[in-house]
Design a protein around this ligand. Structure first.
Ligand SMILES: NC(=O)c1ccc[n+]([C@@H]2O[C@H](COP(=O)([O-])OP(=O)(O)OC[C@H]3O[C@@H](n4cnc5c(N)ncnc54)[C@H](O)[C@@H]3O)[C@@H](O)[C@H]2O)c1
Length: 253
């Protein structure tokens, strides 16, 4: 049973990049706590499938496709979401890509695409919801960073870590700006979770990473779902600009 503080009934949430993986796990927890969840992905099919799964459980979700890196598409999509649902209470910036390359192999194109999706994508969506949240005097934003954004990455995967560190800076600045309007902005920094993103890691790299996790295992996607749901709940009403580590103890700061 959920507490009054955890109840999200009547809230409208948007989760980006949520057709699979951690985003989908976040969708499932928010919907189970009563929110209507708008599931975003690059294409409609995975988003609609995730939303349909939510609806089969008698909960509420719909789907929308857009590329978070495209500010015009983002603005159009959020305008339609507001028309359809009246408001956006919760935004989870989760969309992302992996690219497990070493520093010398990061081309300028790879650098730009990584920063465009993770950092500019999060910025685009934050800007698209902010005016409405200010008007409501209520809003919850969670940006998905990474342990790599706090600690760095062992193979020199600097475009990913720079984007994820940038998300922590974005989170703090926006939290300072938005707090007076009744808006909580925070971040979650996952450690290593078994999703299609981390399928791109070599088995050797994965084994080495797991050997550095005191909890002795990969994270379970629902553990990101619950941590994110905590940050958008009234249990976290006095938390601003925090980046919550969910990493099995693999990095502490
Ligand atoms: N899996 C991990 O161990 C891990 C660790 C730390 C951080 N993260 C972060 O968590 C988030 C989710 O990761 P995941 O493991 O679930 O990845 P995933 O690859 O399983 O899912 C990512 C989803 O984002 C979507 N997406 C990609 N680019 C997009 C765009 N431009 N616009 C909209 N959607 C887009 C993809 O289509 C996909 O459905 C990412 O930001 C990732 O960097 C993951």
């Amino acid at each position: 049973m959920r507490s009054v503080q955890q109840d999200l009934s009547g809230k409208v949430a948007v989760v980006t990049g949520a057709g699979r993986g951690l985003g989908k796990a976040i969708v499932d927890v928010l919907a189970a706590r009563g929110a209507h969840v708008v599931v975003n992905d690059l294409t409609l099919e995975p988003a609609e499938q995730a939303a349909a799964e939510v609806r089969t459980r008698g909960e509420s979700a719909s789907a929308v496709a857009f590329d978070v890196a495209d500010p015009h598409k983002v603005n159009d999509a959020f305008a339609k979401i507001r028309t359809d649902h009246g408001r956006v209470d919760i935004l989870i910036n989760n969309a992302g890509i992996g690219d497990f390359v070493s520093f010398p192999d990061i081309s300028p194109e790879k650098w730009d695409r990584m920063l465009d999706i993770h950092l500019k994508g999060s910025f685009n969506c934050c800007q698209a919801v902010l005016a409405g949240m200010k008007q409501q005097g209520y809003g919850k934003i969670v940006n998905i960073s990474s342990v790599a954004g706090k600690r760095g990455d062992f193979i020199g995967n600097a475009h990913y870590t720079a984007a994820k560190a940038g998300i922590i800076g974005l989170t703090k600045s926006l939290a300072l700006y938005a707090a007076p309007f009744g808006i909580n902005v925070n971040a979650v920094a996952p450690g290593l979770f078994a999703t299609e993103l981390t399928d791109g890691m070599s088995s050797e790299m994965k084994a080495t990473t797991i050997s550095r996790i005191p909890a002795g295992r990969l994270g379970r996607p629902e553990e990101i779902g619950r941590a994110t749901a905590f940050l958008v709940s009234e249990d976290a009403s006095y938390i601003f600009g925090e980046t919550l580590s969910v990493n099995g103890g693999s990095y502490m700061d």
